[in-house]
Write a protein that binds this ligand. Structure first.
Ligand code: GLN
Length: 486
C-alpha cells in the first residue's frame, strides 16, 4: 500500500518496525504537497527543511529505541497555532508578515511526541467562517470535488488530510470548525472538552469557545494525537489540571449497552434528506451493535446560532483589538497621526467577515445594548447548558448529523452571511456548553462525504472516541479516499 494511504497509527508502527524512515516518509508527503497544493490551496506555508530536520531527529530517536507511537509521523498545523520562527498568518492580511517568536503548546507537545511538521494550513480569516472562503490567501478546494468548499474554518487542514497530503492535522473549533470540515471531507475530527487542550499560542477568536483538536483519518488516529496534545498548561488559565487518559488504549470499550440519545431538534427542517438517511443508517448500525437508542429533546438548542453570533463576535471584538498596527502585524503606509495609523492599519488588515464580526461584537457590548443582547445571550447559553445536562443524566452520548448538507459550491453562500452561519446549526451547541464532540464519516451523498456527530459529557473524550472506533470497525466510510488523490 502506498505510504500516503496509511493512517498515522499505521505509519507510527511502520516507522517503529523500520519499514521506512521518517526522512523517506517526510519526502513522500512533501512531494505530494508540491504536486497537489497548487490545486487545493491547502497550505499557506510549507516548512520542508525544518520537516526534514525533525525527521532526521525522529529517525535517530527510533534508532536509539526512544521512539513513541507518533515518532517520525508527519503532520500539518492550522495556521492559527504560533510556530517559532515561522510565518503564522491566521489566514489574515493583518498577520501576513508575522513570524511568531514562540511555539503554541499544541505545537510544542506534538513536536515533543516526535511528530514532523510539514507546514501551516490555510483557514478562514481568524477562524471566522464555515467554507474557507474568507482567507486572505484564497479559498481552499475540496479534494472530493474541487468546485466545492472543504468547510471551515479548518478547511486547509481538512483538504490536506483528505487528499493525503498529510496523514493528520491540527485544527481549532469555536463553533464547528473541526467537525464541519471533517464531515465535508470524509474525516474524523474531534473537538475536546473546553479546557482539555491548552490555548496558549493559539490565536484567540472567542476565548470561552475556542478549543484545539484534530482532523484525522480515523478515531484511532484522533485518539493518538489528542493524547499527545492534551493536558494541563500553566500558561493557559482555563486549561484543566486533570490527568490525560490513555485514549488510544481505551478504544475497544464495548458499544453494547451504550445509551445513545438521538437529538430530535437535529432532524427537522433544514436537514438535507439524503444526509439524514446516511445518519439514520449509522444509528441503525449502533443499534445492531447492541446500543440502546432513545430520542431526546433539547428545546433550547435551536437558539444556539443566534446565541453564538452574539457571544462569539463580542469576544472577538475584544480579542482583535490588539491588532492595532503598532506592535506587530500589518501597518499602513505613511500614517498622518496615531488615529490614522489605527484606522487604516485595521481597515486594510482585516477582511469583510472579520469587520462584520468586530462591528456586531462592539454593538452587542455597548452600554445601550449590553443587556438586550450580550446578557440575554449568556442567559440562553445557560439554558442550552442545562438542556445538555438533563440529557446526559439519561444517556451516555448524543448523536445526530454534523452538518445539514454535504459540501456546497465555492461562491454559493459567500454573499449571504446568515445562510453561511446556519451551516453550524448542529455544531455550535457543544461549544456553548464546552462539551467534547466528534464527527465521523457515515456515508456519501452525490459523491460527497457526510458526517455523524457524537457529543459526550464533559471529559468523556475516551467514550466518544471508542464509540466512533466501534462504528469504524463495522464500516469503511473512513477509509475512502477521493479518487483523484488515491
Ligand atoms: N463557522 C463558525 C464561525 O464562523 C465557527 C468557526 C469556528 O469554529 N472557528 O464562527
Amino acid at each position: 500500500m502506498s505510504l500516503h494511504l496509511k493512517s498515522a497509527a499505521e505509519l507510527g508502527r511502520g516507522l517503529a518496525a523500520g519499514e521506512y524512515s521518517s526522512v523517506e516518509l517526510t519526502r513522500h508527503f512533501l512531494g505530494r504537497i508540491g504536486q497537489g497544493n497548487g490545486r487545493l490551496n491547502a497550505f499557506i506555508t510549507v516548512t520542508g527543511e525544518r520537516a526534514l530536520d525533525q525527521a532526521r531527529r525522529a529517525d535517530a530517536a527510533i534508532g536509539a529505541g526512544r521512539g513513541g507511537p507518533l515518532t517520525g509521523v508527519p503532520l500539518a498545523h492550522k495556521d492559527i497555532f504560533c510556530t517559532d520562527g515561522i510565518l503564522t498568518t491566521c489566514g489574515s492580511r493583518m498577520l501576513s508578515n508575522f513570524v511568531s517568536p514562540y511555539d503554541a503548546t499544541v505545537v510544542e507537545r506534538l513536536a515533543a511526541a516526535g511528530t514532523v511538521m510539514l507546514g501551516k494550513t490555510n483557514m478562514d480569516e481568524f477562524a471566522m467562517g464555515s467554507s474557507n472562503e474568507t482567507s486572505y490567501y484564497g479559498p481552499v478546494r475540496n479534494p472530493w470535488d474541487e468546485a466545492c468548499v472543504p468547510g471551515g474554518s479548518s478547511g486547509g487542514s481538512a483538504a490536506a488530510v483528505a487528499a493525503r497530503l498529510a496523514p493528520a492535522a491540527t485544527g481549532t473549533d469555536t463553533g464547528g470548525s473541526i467537525r464541519q470540515p471533517a464531515a465535508l471531507t470524509g474525516l474524523t475530527g474531534i473537538k475536546p472538552t473546553y479546557g482539555r487542550v491548552s490555548r496558549y499560542g493559539m490565536i484567540a477568536f472567542a476565548s470561552s469557545l475556542d478549543q484545539g483538536g484534530v482532523l484525522a483519518q480515523s478515531a484511532e488516529d484522533a485518539a493518538l494525537l489528542l493524547e499527545a496534545m492534551a493536558g494541563f498548561d500553566s500558561r493557559d488559565s482555563t486549561c484543566v489540571d486533570a490527568p490525560v487518559p490513555a485514549y488510544a488504549t481505551q478504544l475497544d470499550r464495548p458499544v453494547k449497552g451504550l445509551r445513545i440519545g438521538i437529538i430530535r431538534e437535529f432532524f427537522g427542517e433544514g436537514l438535507d434528506p439524503a444526509t439524514g438517511d446516511a445518519v439514520q443508517a449509522a444509528l441503525d448500525a449502533y443499534r445492531r451493535m447492541g446500543a440502546e437508542l432513545v430520542e431526546v429533546s433539547l428545546p433550547a438548542l435551536p437558539l444556539s446560532v443566534p446565541t453564538y453570533y452574539v457571544v462569539a463576535p463580542a469576544e472577538c471584538s475584544s480579542n482583535l483589538s490588539r491588532f492595532d498596527g503598532v506592535r506587530f502585524g500589518h501597518r499602513c503606509r505613511d500614517p498622518k497621526d496615531l488615529l490614522d495609523l489605527y484606522t487604516r492599519s485595521r481597515g486594510e488588515g482585516f477582511g469583510t467577515e472579520v469587520k462584520r464580526r468586530i462591528m456586531t461584537g462592539t454593538y452587542v457590548l455597548s452600554a445601550g445594548y449590553y443587556d438586550a443582547y450580550y446578557l440575554k445571550a449568556q442567559k440562553v447559553r445557560s439554558l442550552i447548558n442545562a438542556d445538555f445536562k438533563r440529557a446526559f443524566a439519561d444517556v451516555d452520548v448524543l448523536m445526530g448529523p454534523t452538518s445539514p448538507t454535504p459540501a456546497f459550491r465555492i461562491g454559493a453562500k459567500v454573499d449571504d452571511p446568515i445562510t453561511m452561519y446556519l451551516n453550524d446549526i448542529y455544531t455550535i451547541g457543544a461549544n456553548l456548553a464546552g462539551l467534547p464532540a466528534l464527527s465521523a464519516p457515515c456515508g456519501m451523498v452525490g459523491g460527497l462525504p457526510v458526517g455523524l456527530q457524537l457529543i459526550g459529557p464533559h471529559f468523556a473524550e475516551a467514550r466518544i472516541l471508542a464509540a466512533a472506533h466501534a462504528y469504524q470497525r463495522e464500516s469503511d466510510w473512513h477509509r475512502r479516499v477521493p479518487p483523484a488523490w488515491a
